[in-house]
Design a binder for this molecule. Structure first.
Ligand SMILES: Cc1cc2nc3c(=O)[nH]c(=O)nc-3n(C[C@H](O)[C@H](O)[C@H](O)COP(=O)(O)OP(=O)(O)OC[C@H]3O[C@@H](n4cnc5c(N)ncnc54)[C@H](O)[C@@H]3O)c2cc1C
Length: 507
């Protein structure tokens, strides 16, 4: 399966591309058009189709192309935003509601696996969180107290399943793990068998609200009564572009010389945290480790986080071989909770699901539960809590937006003389760089054949300057997570248009 990066995730390796039933885009309006074929879009499609709604799912590339193909697939009721923080910002009742939602999401995944008989290496696991400093010990005590209050089955533990020194640890029951692509492929099949339509290679461009909503796509107009953006980040510029910050996270899958693979899911308390779990794939066991997250575009050399992660893992584990390494993008919400529900513009025909942090297996599934209820019953117990239009709490929100707002006012265009750009000779094949030309920036890429490609590095979404991601060979926008191929074509994210191609002279 393809993914929005050049590194290969453990999941892609053994998953053949999904081939939907070939058909034409219908003229009649569907009940629901879902944009995005990741865990969120496919789970929602299946629930709605089973509830008697006619659905169309469109996906720019192939299902699993987005972060679902680059996840590490821990299924958690503990979240990146700890319950003490949720309780502080949203109150005790809402912390309980979040916990209830995460449990419901995990139950739905289990139910789908059982009912559809999905062979996706699913197993229920205990989760361990451990502390290594005085400050972390205090944090862990708070996590334990608040998680219990929220209804999680959590207790102190005297041991952890990874050979890492720790001071305190807790264990939480009822977590799980699976192979995410095997799972979504089975969802896609079940969705189609239930009558759902799936179009891959169909890129959403724009929409006109009305009855029905009319979506413009690369394969023509699609009409539907309701529209859901399950694109991880919404296309275009809207309130949520400014309430979510894009982050890049790194993962490796290694074999261990001593065969001591941990049983359970483990997390430390550093920021960003490291995490570990075991996955068996094709008869081989792997330790999956992850971390080294940073804001998109804020790491100059994106090879370095892989090296740091591997060095850190080697300190504690007897690594035999690093077999897979991959990175992917997630979106951090301004106030710590996902945005799930109707579009903040007040148009109740348009739905969104985003801001999942590193918990989108759970949140993507919970989004399916919430949004399918909102569509079929016009209500959900989670409607208010996850409302994308909420403005409370936004402590630190101003900083959050400012940090992202690396916007330029100066545009470049026209033709460039290669001979006057001294960095050209320094670029290796397959490498790219932002270079200065007469005081203005251009994005220069030398392909594997040695041919040069130049783009205007101003993101077509909100005019920020893109950065080169050397690990995944893409131009990534630090503001809202727009991503482009080395030649400037839209890969994923909110931008609708490709980067402007610039003409080079003297080639
Ligand atoms: C390294 C890493 C590890 C993670 N580990 C975990 C974990 O252990 N547990 C967990 O719960 N979460 C984890 N997450 C988060 C989780 O993987 C994501 O939140 C989740 O996969 C998002 O799913 P999605 O379906 O919403 O989006 P995606 O999987 O990104 O799917 C969106 C789809 O929409 C398509 N699309 C986008 N724009 C358009 C358009 N204009 N037209 C048509 N299609 C479009 C894309 O091609 C893509 O396929 C991790 C994230 C990262 C980066």
């Amino acid at each position: 399966m393809q993914r929005d990066g050049t590194t290969e995730s453990l999941w892609q390796h053994d998953t053949p591309p999904y081939r939907p039933v070939p058909r034409n885009i219908p003229h009649d309006a569907a009940d629901v058009l879902i944009v995005g074929g990741g865990i969120t879009g496919l789970t929602t499609g299946l629930l709605l189709q089973r509830a008697g709604k006619s659905c169309i799912i469109i996906e720019s590339h192939e299902i699993g192309f987005g972060t679902t193909g680059g996840t590490t697939a821990h299924l958690n009721t503990i979240l990146d935003t700890p319950y003490n923080q949720i309780e502080k910002d949203f109150g005790e009742d809402n912390a309980q509601l979040v916990a209830q939602g995460t449990r419901e999401a995990l139950e739905l995944i289990k139910k789908n696996i059982e009912e559809l008989n999905i062979d996706c290496d699913y197993s229920v696991q205990p989760g361990f969180i451990f502390s290594q400093t005085d400050e972390q010990n205090e944090e862990l005590d708070k996590i334990l107290e608040s998680s219990r209050k929220a209804g999680l089955d959590m207790d102190y533990s005297t041991s952890i399943p990874v050979p890492i020194p720790f001071e305190k640890a807790v264990v939480v029951q009822g977590q799980a793990q699976f192979h995410p692509l095997k799972y979504i492929v089975a969802l896609a099949k079940a969705y189609e068998e239930a009558g759902g339509m799936l179009f891959q290679g169909c890129h959403f461009l724009d929409y006109k609200t009305g009855d029905p909503v009319e979506a413009t796509t690369s394969r023509g107009t699609i009409k539907a009564k309701k529209l859901l953006f399950a694109t991880h980040m919404l296309p275009g510029i809207n309130l949520l572009s400014f309430r979510c910050a894009p982050y890049r996270s790194y993962a490796i899958a290694v074999t261990l010389a001593d065969g001591k693979y941990p049983e359970g899911l483990c997390y430390d308390l550093y920021d960003p945290y490291h995490y570990y779990r075991t996955q068996e794939n094709g008869g081989e066991k792997y330790l999956i480790a992850g971390g080294e997250d940073h804001k998109t575009g804020h790491e100059e050399n994106t090879e370095a986080p892989f090296l740091r992660l591997e060095a850190y893992v080697r300190k504690f584990f007897q690594v035999d071989k690093t077999v897979y390494r991959w990175s992917s993008q997630y979106f951090e919400p301004a106030d710590g909770l996902a945005y799930i529900g109707t579009m903040p513009t007040g148009d109740n025909k348009i739905f969104v699901a985003t801001g999942f942090s590193g918990n989108g297996m759970t949140y993507g599934t919970l989004s399916a539960i919430v949004i399918s209820s909102l569509i079929t019953e016009e209500k959900s117990p989670y409607e208010k809590l996850f409302n994308p239009g909420r403005i409370k709490p936004v402590a630190g929100f101003a900083n959050f937006v400012k940090e992202n707002a690396d916007v330029v006012k100066e545009f470049v265009s026209g033709r460039f003389s290669v001979s006057s750009i001294k960095e050209v000779s320094e670029l290796a094949r397959g490498e790219a760089r932002i270079v200065k030309y007469e005081g203005k920036k251009i994005g220069l890429y030398k392909d594997e054949e040695g041919a040069l490609h130049a783009v205007n590095p101003v993101c077509t979404h909100a005019k920020c300057i893109v950065s080169w991601n050397s690990a995944e060979h893409s131009w990534d926008c630090p503001c809202h997570g727009g991503r482009f191929t080395p030649e400037g074509k839209v890969l994923t994210g909110p931008a609708a248009r490709d980067l402007e191609k610039l003409e080079l002279e003297d080639l």
